[in-house]
Design a protein around this ligand. Sequence first.
Ligand code: DNO
Length: 355
Amino acid sequence: MEMTFRWYGRNNDSVSLEDIRQIPGTSGVVWALQHLPAGEVWPLDQIMDEKKYIESHGLNIDVVESVNVYEDIKLGLPSREQYIENYKTTIKNLAQAGVKVICYNFMPVFDWIRTNLHKPLDDGSTALFYENDEIKNATPEQIVNRILENPSYTLPGWEPERLAQIQEAIQQYEAVDTEQLWNNLQYFLEQIIPVCEQHDVSMAIHPDDPPWPVFGLPRIISTADDLERLVNLVDSPHNGITLCSGAFGARSDNDIPEMIRTYKDRIHFAHIRNVKRFENGDFIESSHRSQDGSVDIVSIVEAYYEIGYKGYIRPDHGRHIWNEQCRPGYGLYDRALGIMYMLGIWDKLDKGVTS
Ligand code: DNO
């Protein structure tokens, strides 16, 4: 297992590489060329420049999150051919720099969704919160307007340029149902996985967050059955998974340790975080500690240990604690605490004592 930490780049993150270097047991950052819009080729010189900067801080660049998939590919439009070619070039360029894993998702229009990014918890911290009724009763425009009015309300994939055309973006999916979305994913993977094999880079799909359809848009990576279908779309170890315990954990019927055991050869990247589920379907992101949420993080780390996991792990989101001003969910403090919790479990297992 290799511990990593997500970092948004020199101009986009309150957390510095110097900070990350000081988190015990952490050897790499999970990075991206954030300024490039989805669909564009990542130029080799820019990749090399970022690599040099990150490596000069003693951290590796093995994992990229995300190379976003352009909407035309998810929609299966004829224009996808060019965007798939661009994606292949980006894979080759990243491989040349030594990247091993590319995280991506296939969620239509939106990436992850929450309704409140600063919900107060009993201990005085705040965290990301999802309220089912808010999403059910609000139109996408209402949610989008709320984001545009409040600059701190930004999530990845919610760039203002994209949001301005949200209505149009959603309408395009009227012609794409769940089956069609699967076909479009298969088409994409059939084209890119041979390139990954040739250059020894693994793709790792991130599950839907939340793991159910929102705003009537199809979502296809939400359950163990979906993972089964995914791995069979293209039967190659390079067609892999980012197993996000927080995203899958929003559903009580997802048995995450079981998923880890079943898909052990396809998990290249693990996002580990906890969520506390409420009976009405709402959930809040709690600390990583098992007792603080509904997801048993101890069992999850044990499952990774048991399969001899050699891939990358990162703490996923954290709460906002100790008055930290940061990107929602991406502060230094709570994520660093999460790392220490996970490493504590791992080290104990290394000593041969299973909880
Ligand atoms: C949220 C993240 C997601 C993830 C993408 C991967 O914090 O886990 O935004 O990066 O879905 O493509």
